[in-house]
Design a protein around this ligand. Structure first.
Ligand SMILES: Cc1cc2nc3c(=O)[nH]c(=O)nc-3n(C[C@H](O)[C@H](O)[C@H](O)COP(=O)(O)OP(=O)(O)OC[C@H]3O[C@@H](n4cnc5c(N)ncnc54)[C@H](O)[C@@H]3O)c2cc1C
Length: 481
């Protein structure tokens, strides 16, 4: 390791933020808005983390972004978390050009529930399909409204147990669990109740939308503002080690060997990953349980529009039976349930100039199984599963079986990523999407100047991660000024 130049070692900041995903970008911006001297360190060469972007064969892809949740509907009004985060970061909601979803669907076997951005419509769907559950569903809604989901002291209850007590028909419970688990659960076959309440509100009470220009509509203004405020952003700049002295972080060691110092550190790379950066002997916290939930997603780029095939929905959450199984599968991938997203079904979106659309199909996948494959087998398995994913997914789309051949003929490009890809580009242990099942809502750690923000703080998704970053900046660092 090269010697550390003293001039670099003296490059002192008020706050170091590790990771330029959505929580890190939001935290850095909030701190800079209040005059803090901030340095933002990112291992990858692009910002965005789990919600980044890339291009292949001239086609632009968002990594995630099936949906921006928390669409500020008339019912949610000014209390919408999305409006709150726009206010806190001084971003105009209008600048995002949000296109609302058409409608979405949860299908379990032969039963379906539709929802759109009008919560009353979802209530009417539940009442139509499960008339005996009408009163119990209303009581559950009332219980959720009074539950302090956003409080750092919110009790970490099992949603499955609460649904068992509250709802009579198990199928309704399973159908409610499905979208909320897919959008943010780190637990096998369950989701903690605070996260369930937050995501239920985010998906059903408020709703889904998509910025017309994709995730860059969010990332670009954040980067522009960080630059205006003089935040030092260093890309391709992985942190190798967090050194501590007593109960404080003393130095940040970069992969280049350079060291940095700051009064405070916010790490957004995950609890397990942050523990690995701290020398184990210096960490007095018990080690965090590793998350295991990861996914495989295949994206089919096709000529035309989903509506050409009669596909009207924006997102389809599907399960092949009445029992929802969520978690790490035994094999490479679990086809029994998944999520289909058709980004071109947001708004009355016109065709792209090249008249192409995307069909994205996502399934739970096993990191270890994908990781142990040699490269040629890895590639061939990806191709094999891509085809199986498509055939399986078509079962859940209108006339899917009949149109599959014409869909294949119109497909011009396919891309697939696995848990291995997620690990490679974000550093998340096990390629996990939602981090560890153990959350630290206030962001504190065993070290008094080290905080966690984002996924492992218990704030998930695009809106959640940004609110998490803002909350740590406000409550742990800015509260004293
Ligand atoms: C395929 C997919 C689809 C998704 N779809 C949606 C969706 O439709 N809607 C939604 O709301 N959410 C979605 N999500 C979830 C959402 O993307 C995440 O919850 C959110 O982006 C997490 O942000 P974060 O800042 O907490 O973490 P991350 O995005 O993981 O950011 C952490 C950052 O830290 C960096 N890093 C890691 N280690 C180091 C190190 N040692 N040194 C420096 N930097 C480091 C990483 O490179 C990364 O940029 C999706 C995620 C995926 C993967």
């Amino acid at each position: 390791m090269p010697a550390i130049p003293t001039s670099q070692a003296s490059d002192h900041h008020d706050v170091t933020v590790i990771g330029a995903g959505l929580s890190g970008l939001a935290a850095a911006l909030r701190l800079a808005m209040f005059g803090k001297k901030v340095i933002l360190l990112e291992k990858h060469y692009v910002v965005g983390g789990l919600n980044s972007f890339y291009a292949k064969k001239g086609i632009k892809f968002d990594v995630g972004l099936h949906a921006l949740t928390n669409y500020p509907s008339q019912q949610s009004g000014k209390s919408s978390p999305l409006l709150k985060l726009c206010r806190q970061l001084r971003i105009s909601l209008d600048s995002l050009n949000l296109l609302p979803q058409s409608h979405s669907r949860i299908t379990f076997g032969t039963e379906s529930l539709l929802f759109d951005n009008n919560f009353d419509f979802f209530i009417s769907q539940v009442e139509d399909k499960f008339p005996k559950e009408r009163d119990r569903f209303q009581s559950l809604l009332a219980k959720m409204e009074t539950f302090p989901a956003y409080s750092v002291d919110a009790e970490d209850l099992s949603t499955r147990n609460i649904l068992k007590e509250s709802i009579g028909d198990p199928l309704l419970s399973e159908m409610l669990l499905c979208p909320t688990c897919y959008y943010g659960s780190a637990r096998k076959n369950d989701i903690d109740f605070p996260t369930f309440v937050m995501l239920f509100d985010a998906i059903f009470r408020q709703g889904l939308a998509r910025p017309e220009l994709g995730i860059r509509a969010i990332l670009d203004p954040l980067i522009g503002k960080l630059e205006e405020l003089g935040v030092q952003r260093r890309m391709n700049c992985g942190v190798e080690r967090i050194r501590t002295k007593g109960d404080k972080v003393s130095e940040i060691v970069l992969e280049s060997g350079e060291t940095l110092t700051s009064d405070q550190v916010i790490s957004t790379c995950g609890a397990v990953e942050t523990e690995a950066l701290l020398a184990p002997s210096e960490s007095s916290t018990p080690s965090t349980t590793e998350g295991k939930f990861s996914i495989m997603e295949s994206i089919f780029v096709f000529q035309g529009n989903p509506k050409d095939f009669g596909w009207e929905e924006t997102v389809v959450f599907f399960n092949d039976s009445e029992i929802f199984r969520y978690g790490e599968p035994e094999g490479l991938i679990d086809l029994r349930s998944g999520v289909i997203c058709m980004p071109e079904n947001y708004g009355n979106q016109l065709h792209n100039s090249d008249n192409k659309s995307k069909l994205r199909i996502t399934h739970p996948a096993n990191y270890d199984r994908w990781s142990e494959l040699e490269q040629p087998t890895y590639e061939s398995e990806k191709n094999l599963w891509e085809e199986r994913i498509l055939e399986n997914g078509m079962r859940y789309l209108k006339n899917g079986k009949e149109v599959i051949d014409s869909f294949r003929a119109k497909t011009t490009f396919r891309d697939t990523f696995t848990p291995r890809t997620i690990k490679k580009y974000t550093g998340h242990a096990n390629g996990t999407l939602y981090g560890s099942p153990q959350k630290r809502r206030d962001g504190t750690t065993a070290f008094e100047n080290l905080f966690l923000a984002g996924t492992d703080q218990g704030y998930v998704g695009i809106v959640g991660a940004m609110l998490g970053g803002i909350a740590v900046a406000n409550n742990q660092i800015l509260r004293s000024i």
